[in-house]
Design a protein around this ligand. Structure first.
Ligand code: COI
Length: 347
């Protein structure tokens, strides 16, 4: 007799996975009312929710999210990568959006129980990962601009393949002065849903011109690059790895932090968190972007208002080494001296 698990294994086309939603069995939901105290939640069937048209999230964008992945590892177990970093960033983002921060214990329990209940949706080793999306929003009704009186926290999951279509190919970025991603002292360093809503129109225009993504400039004087919107940026110049410093308008990426540590401690490289100009990017030996979804994706070309610059037409050796180290640790094919990998049974 077929089990539910074997039916899932047969129904999902593991070789065709892209970065899109495949509904799974269940999701976790918890709620928080006026007092700001989160009550532990529970797993419920994955599906639509009903919400007041006056909900804080619908009217004033009061919501934040996280992105994480679970992998089937070479040790034949399911692992997460630095989940406590996402739990803490989720709290910091929530605070910025006036959402009561979720206790780390509830976050971890929610993530682990959702992955555990949908374990058969974790792709086979080498075929992708189970993307985990914790999200919290203002549910209660508001009319004036104010924090919502109640909040909902949900974790749902989906098996995914590469974020950028075409696997490990070189991206072509547009450097635009038409739009900014984040203002100084705005919400750029929080994973606020509104940051992503604001990026849709610039991205639509860029894609219509044939670019893969936008490389945003800092809003105050446009003298340096910040991030790609869905990922952080790195350049390699004369053997030094550089990434824009976290100045308040850049998302503090977990993959960004991991790459900095890998480069310093495993490749003995000098890494500088500093200002990076457009000409630094155009003249770099290697450029890549990092993120949970993007992993490490190389960049081959950038186009500015002044012209088109080819950086490289092949994946550079340092980008390749960092990719192999990061994904090797994530999949337990390499030793994990940092203690980054968290097997599912630990909690
Ligand atoms: C992630 O890397 O998880 C992100 O949040 C980027 C994007 C899918 C919004």
């Amino acid at each position: 007799m077929k089990t539910v698990e074997s039916e899932v294994m047969e129904a999902v086309e593991w070789d065709e996975l892209s970065f899109s939603l495949t509904p799974t069995r269940s999701m976790y939901m918890a709620e928080c009312d006026l007092g700001g105290e989160w009550r532990p939640g529970e797993l419920i069937p994955f599906g639509d929710l009903s919400i007041s048209p006056a909900a804080g999230v619908l009217n004033y964008g009061q919501g934040v999210f996280e992105g994480m992945k679970a992998y089937r590892s070479a040790k034949d177990r399911i692992v997460l990568f630095r989940p406590e970093r996402n739990a803490r960033r989720f709290q910091a983002s929530a605070e910025r959006l006036c959402i009561p921060p979720l206790p780390e214990e509830i976050f971890m329990n929610a993530v682990l129980s959702t992955v555990g209940d949908n374990i058969d949706f974790v792709p086979p080793l080498g075929k992708g990962s189970l993307y985990i999306r914790p999200v919290v929003w203002g549910t209660g009704p508001v009319l004036g601009v104010q924090p919502a009186p109640s909040y909902t926290f949900v974790v749902y999951v989906s098996p995914v393949g590469p974020y950028f279509k075409g696997g490990m190919r070189l991206l072509h970025l547009e450097v635009t002065k038409q739009f900014h991603r984040a203002a100084p002292r705005g919400t750029g360093n929080a994973k606020a849903i509104g940051n992503y809503a604001a990026s849709l129109y610039p991205l639509k225009l860029a894609k219509a011109k044939g670019f893969d993504e936008i490389l945003y400039l800092n809003a105050s004087d446009e003298a340096c690059v910040e991030e790609v919107g869905s990922a952080n940026l790195f350049i390699l110049s004369d053997g030094v790895l550089k990434t824009p410093a976290l100045d308040g308008s850049i998302l503090p990426g977990v993959t960004r932090d991991s790459v900095i540590q890998l480069a310093r401690e495993r490749l003995n490289m000098e890494v500088r968190e500093t200002q990076v100009s457009v000409s630094d990017v155009a003249q770099a030996d290697e450029v890549f972007c990092t993120g949970t979804a993007a992993v490490i994706t190389p960049i081959g070309e950038i186009t500015t208002e002044e012209g088109h610059n080819v950086i490289t037409d092949s994946v550079g050796p340092v980008s390749r080494k960092l990719y192999d180290l990061l994904t090797g640790i994530q999949k337990e094919e390499l030793e994990d001296p940092f203690g980054w990998v968290t097997p599912l049974e630990v909690y």
